[in-house]
Write a protein that binds this ligand. Structure first.
Ligand SMILES: [Zn+2]
Ligand SMILES: [Zn+2]
Length: 402
């Protein structure tokens, strides 16, 4: 087992350079051509010769074989895409591309997995193989990059038996990790309701079926689905976020569009939300003799950590930073993460890594904290040497630090 000191020095300097280069050159969605080229060239320069590019357009999977003999293959995943945000971090390595910014730290995730790749390719002290998964389009609506990579068959093609992911966490101290067994991040569904009434002059409301008033009743009605109809021990969020009506003072429009998002930690509650939002909207509209059109889209499922994967992740992180710096009962977040698709395909776990007191992710002033790099790299290396250890996992205890 290796302490964080093993990942400082030249490796930290080099990965910091890579991270800042990626930060200056953000790309969006599936259009990560420069980023994918950068990653591929680096992987090849580490002596990794099994590299497959062009998966889900710009995704990459590379295999490193250990020198410890036969064994399973585990997948380590980093996302590579940026966000359509104008950067305001005022760092010297700020985005050179106006309107695009690495505001979720995927530049750091990519640099950490590259750092681990370089280290593992030179040491190879594990059995089996490591599949390095570099994913595009984490931030997009369906179908996102993780789903497409799974659909394009990476789990079977590379024989991946377990899969692991990591995300930086602003507000958590550098050198700390957080994880929990079971659901760790929420699902994300989106809905649209079109209220169809009958428009007319605003001075003659009695000749119309006013969809603005009906929409207002629907929005209020939806507030009771969580407060009155959901088991208080369960987590469900229903937020109306968009509203589109007429643009004039004196017109009652024909229709009003309402849209919103649903977050939860249990797939049963997604069914509940879909059914009940539709029923509430329809019932209210019918009372006013209006109609509705309802659409419900499931965007990202709940991210559910598996027990064995969680235990392995906790052990690897504790081997790196000691037991006190790993919170294995982290409070879940209702944000969504498309790594959930990989955890639906294979068992494994998703962990959070402290990013220190930075702005929150998706904020224009956010920047990945380079001090976190050796911790992220060290976690990946310890995880590989724990899961694919040439000794049985039970023999490896914290304190077994070289
Ligand atoms: Zn994000
Ligand atoms: Zn992210």
């Amino acid at each position: 087992m290796r302490s964080v000191e093993a990942f400082r020095g030249d490796l930290q300097r080099e990965t910091t350079e890579w991270r800042r280069y990626l930060h200056e050159n953000p790309e969006l969605d599936y259009l990560l051509h420069n980023t994918a080229k950068f990653v591929t060239e680096k992987l090849a320069s580490f002596g990794i010769n099994h590299i497959e590019t062009g998966i889900a357009e710009t995704g990459i999977v590379a295999l490193i074989q250990g020198e410890g003999g036969d064994g399973p293959t585990i997948g380590l995943r980093a996302d590579m895409d940026a966000l359509p945000i104008i950067e305001a971090s005022s760092k010297p390595w700020s985005s050179k591309i106006p309107g695009k910014m690495h505001a979720c730290g995927h530049d750091g995730h990519t640099a950490m997995l590259l750092g681990a790749a370089k280290y593992l390719a030179s040491t190879r002290k594990f059995k089996g193989s490591v599949a390095l998964i570099f994913q595009p389009a984490e931030e997009v609506e369906l179908p996102s990059g993780a789903l497409r990579m799974v659909q394009e068959g990476i789990m079977d093609r590379f024989g991946i038996s377990q899969v692991f992911g990591m995300h930086n966490q602003p507000g958590m101290e550098i050198g700390k990790f957080g994880i929990c067994d079971g659901p760790i991040m929420g699902s994300q569904d989106d809905f649209d309701i079109v209220v169809k009434g009958r428009g007319g002059h605003a001075a003659s409301p009695h000749r119309t079926i006013d969809p603005v008033v009906i929409a207002a009743q629907i929005i209020v009605g939806l507030q009771t689905l969580v407060s009155r109809k959901t088991d208080p021990r369960e987590s469900l969020v229903i937020s109306v976020t968009k509203l589109n009506a007429a643009r004039a003072y004196n017109i009652i429009p024909d229709q009003v569009e309402i849209a919103g998002t649903v977050r939860t930690l249990a797939s049963g509650l997604q069914d509940f939300a879909e059914r009940e939002i539709s029923a509430a909207a329809e019932g209210i509209a019918r009372g006013f003799r209006a109609d509705i059109e309802f659409t419900y889209r499931r965007s990202v499922p709940v991210t559910v950590n598996h027990t064995e994967g969680t235990n392995l992740a906790v052990k690897a992180a504790r081997n790196l930073v000691g037991p006190a710096s790993v919170d294995d009962k982290l409070k879940v977040s209702l944000g969504a993460e498309d790594f959930s698709y990989m955890l639906e395909a294979r068992p494994g776990a998703f962990i959070f890594l402290g990013n220190g007191a930075t702005a929150s992710v998706h904020h224009p002033a956010y920047d990945f904290n380079d001090e976190a790099l050796p911790y992220g790299i060290g976690y990946w290396v310890n995880l590989v040497e724990t899961v694919l250890g040439t000794r049985s996992v039970g023999e490896l205890e914290w304190g077994d630090v070289k």
